[in-house]
Design a binder for this molecule. Structure first.
Ligand code: MRU
Length: 341
């Protein structure tokens, strides 16, 4: 995403890799819709997008009334926060913006736009630090497996899981990447493969059902994934299928690393089981793209995230540092430590 000529410009990720097209958004309702419809997706990316959306909302509400802008703006913030339920970065970004409002007594637009830009820049810096810290854990050269897309497209830039992979590959620690295709939206096949190919990093796609076999064959040394939310006890909520990968990784003695900024850590959530899991339209499962493939009469259940218990996680890598074998005490220590903003 980018801010250009007083508007939010989003790369339409639904069209990749076939077409590179951008949408220009000038209204907060368009931004909330773009998040719900997966024009932009990935936890940090939707948080940053919402922050820019809040700036658009502030501009409109202050133009409508220089005295009564707060209530309608609050309504807009709620609309943004509700656009998708699972990734906590969305409500984290909205909360960060909301926290500024009480100190503003004139036009809120420039303040909110500055904050959105800051959130965006800080996310890129966090990714680069995560990349370096995560690569330090990898003893290579080896093959890694990732799931969904936790790359530049899913963040402000560089990526979390793909940031680790990029950094490790630069150091000669990663030979090649297995990417789970990630049904039904195919973030792995469409987006992760697209990003890695542009960087010259060898990538092989796996059907989601082939990942345990790849581990059993000794082809994978690390699983590296992102997160949509990390609970206070270290449970990890991420794209559906992550939990199965963690079980397989533990069974086969493969390392399991979660790379995420601390904006993804929700200390108010004591355990992953309490996280709202987004259930999307069953049509996404019953069809392949536009074409229905399921037998007539079949129904589907489409939870798009799952919960990996902390006990299956070897490392959580954040910009503040690495938590090995995470638990509630270690997560609390990570989040309590002084860290320059
Ligand atoms: O449904 P999506 O594509 O938004 O899901 C994205 C993921 O699950 C990512 O792994 C997660 O947001 C981390 S992105 C750095």
């Amino acid at each position: 995403m980018a801010w250009a000529e007083e508007a939010l410009v989003l790369l339409d990720q639904r069209l990749l890799p076939d077409r590179v097209e951008h949408m220009r958004l000038t209204d907060v309702a368009q931004v909330a819709q773009a998040i719900s419809d997966m024009v932009v997706r990935g936890a940090p990316a939707i948080g940053i997008t919402a922050a820019y959306g809040a700036a658009l909302a502030a501009r409109k509400r202050y133009a409508e009334s220089t005295v009564a802008w707060r209530e309608p703006l609050e309504h807009d913030l709620q609309l943004l926060a509700a656009a998708r339920p699972t990734a906590v970065n969305l409500s984290w970004a909205v909360e960060r913006v909301r926290g500024l409002l009480s100190a503003i007594d004139s036009d809120p637009y420039p303040v909110l736009l500055d904050e959105a830009r800051r959130i965006h820049e800080q996310d890129i810096a966090a990714n680069q630090r995560i990349g370096a810290l995560g690569a330090d854990l990898i003893k290579g050269p080896c093959n890694v497996l990732t799931h969904c897309n936790a790359g530049a497209l899913a963040t402000g830039g560089y990526g979390t899981a793909l940031g680790v992979i990029r950094s490790a590959h630069e150091q000669g620690l990663v030979k090649s990447v297995f990417a789970g295709e990630t049904r039904p939206w195919l973030q792995g096949a469409r987006l992760t493969a697209w990003e890695l190919i542009q960087d010259g990093i060898p990538v092989r796609l796996l059907a989601d059902g082939a990942t345990s076999h790849a581990m059993a064959e000794g082809q994978v040394q690390w699983v590296v994934v992102g997160a949509d939310r990390i609970a206070g006890n270290g449970d990890v909520i991420n794209k559906i299928g992550t939990y199965g990968l963690a079980i397989s990784a533990r069974h086969h003695g493969v390392g399991f690393m979660v790379a995420a900024p601390t904006s993804t850590v929700d200390m108010a959530l004591s355990q992953g089981a309490d996280c709202p899991i987004e259930i999307r339209d069953e049509a996404e499962i019953l069809s392949f793209g536009e074409r229905r493939v399921a037998a007539d009469g079949a129904q589907a259940w489409n939870p798009v995230f799952d919960v990996t218990p902390a006990a299956l996680v070897d490392a959580i890598v954040t910009e503040r540092g690495v938590v090995l074998a995470p638990d509630a005490a270690k997560m609390a220590a990570l989040m309590a430590a002084d860290f320059p903003a």
